[in-house]
Design a protein around this ligand. Structure first.
Ligand SMILES: C[S@@+](CC[C@H](N)C(=O)[O-])C[C@H]1O[C@@H](n2cnc3c(N)ncnc32)[C@H](O)[C@@H]1O
Length: 361
């Protein structure tokens, strides 16, 4: 079932370990480490959990036992009717899975007011102060002058900091941003291919048309227009959405999105990692292709490795800022159950002006 995974998934947002490929150092927010396995049921969750070789081997085995794909016609049906299944999902659940994501601004300070107000998204690369950066961004975005929207006739055209959330669902990310980020230059766009979800966002009392624009859009339809010109977004957010796409459509979708970023603009992603509990729980007959499954309600989910995501972003012409795996042990003390969660968190940016010699992929 989609929602419980999401609900559980988005709550775990504080304990990231370094990528094996070597990452920019960052503080560890999760601080509850399990050093004595006998104490596992003392708390509800443990951060930064190490997996033993045995555990990894067992997970691999479980996945391979259950890797027989469904017939092609079933796969095609789940693909062509993907938005219908999500519409059904939101018709049933409406916005009952709304979660106030306090981790959003710790993990993604790019969404927080101080960040957008200073506009110093990547000072270490730009080597300029915030004011200069804005000017450079605008010059670089001269390319947008030739585009249809560049006459300023698009929602949020006068904003100085633009965030787009793709696959926004009922607004779990958008509303906390609108509530928390008081930058007067902020404008937030959000889209989903479920018209039911978008309607729920639009009719939410916290929706503010002066600061936010919600629209129906299929991320995998790379021919469809976005309501903003290329090169105009500071931040694009993808939270548990890329995993819902057919793996064959991921690269083109990310490449299309990357074109919307300003030079120096950043794409933020949090999504399911390989061997997450949700993957290991799938029963036989739910596999669509390697590491890609269909839930009982017809919605689909892929489980990524860090390397796969790296390749997707690099393939879209973006540069790595962060690519981390978050392993958490959740504990049901009442039932004495342990659940190993695996999430991946990425930040990739469009090269700032100095580095941009060949343009985007
Ligand atoms: C697991 S939910 C996550 C929703 C939201 N990001 C959150 O974290 O609460 C996945 C969302 O992606 C949307 N989605 C799936 N495929 C999509 C596509 N091709 N284009 C746009 N949205 C899509 C679904 O409708 C759903 O709202």
């Amino acid at each position: 079932m989609a929602a419980p995974d999401v609900a559980a998934g988005v709550e775990g947002g504080t304990s990231l370990s370094e990528s094996p490929t070597g990452e920019v150092k960052r503080p560890q927010f999760g601080t509850r480490f399990l050093s004595d396995p006998r104490q596992v049921f003392q708390h509800n969750a443990w951060d930064n959990v190490e997996w033993s070789e045995e555990q990894e081997r067992a997970a691999k085995e479980k996945v391979s036992e259950n890797s027989q794909p469904l017939p092609l016609e079933k796969q095609e049906e789940y693909d062509s009717r993907a938005s219908d299944y999500w519409n059904d999902f939101y018709t049933v659940h409406e916005n009952r899975f709304f979660k106030d994501r306090h981790w959003l601004f710790t993990e993604f300070p790019e969404l927080a007011p101080q960040f957008s107000l200073s506009h110093e998204s990547h000072p270490e690369v730009s080597g300029t102060d915030g004011v200069q950066r804005n000017r450079l961004d605008q010059e670089q975005c001269g390319e947008t002058a030739a585009l249809p929207h560049a006459d300023g006739d698009f929602p949020g055209s006068s904003a100085t900091y633009r965030i787009l959330e793709v696959g926004c669902g009922v607004g779990n990310t958008v509303f906390p941003i609108l509530k928390t980020n008081n930058d007067p230059g902020l404008f937030v766009y959000c889209c989903d291919f479920s018209s039911t979800a978008v309607e729920l966002v639009k009719t939410n009392p916290e929706s503010d048309p002066g600061r936010c624009f919600a629209f129906v859009h299929d991320l995998s339809d790379v021919e469809a227009n976005y309501p903003v010109p290329d090169g105009t977004l500071d931040v694009i957010v993808l939270i548990f959405v890329l995993s819902a796409l057919h793996p064959n459509k991921m690269q083109a979708s990310i490449s299309r999105l990357a074109r919307l970023l300003k030079p120096g603009g950043v794409m933020l992603l949090r999504d399911y990692g390989r061997y997450d509990m949700a993957q290991l729980r799938f029963k036989k007959g739910r596999c669509l292709s390697e590491n890609f499954y269909v839930r009982g309600d017809g919605t689909r989910v892929y489980f990524f490795t860090q390397d796969e995501l790296h390749e997707l972003f690099i393939g879209a012409g973006l540069e790595k800022v962060q690519n981390l795996v978050d392993r958490r042990l959740q504990v049901n003390r009442g039932k004495q159950l342990t659940m190993y969660r695996v999430w991946i968190q990425c930040k990739y940016r469009r090269a700032p002006i100095q580095g941009e010699t060949t343009g985007l992929a």
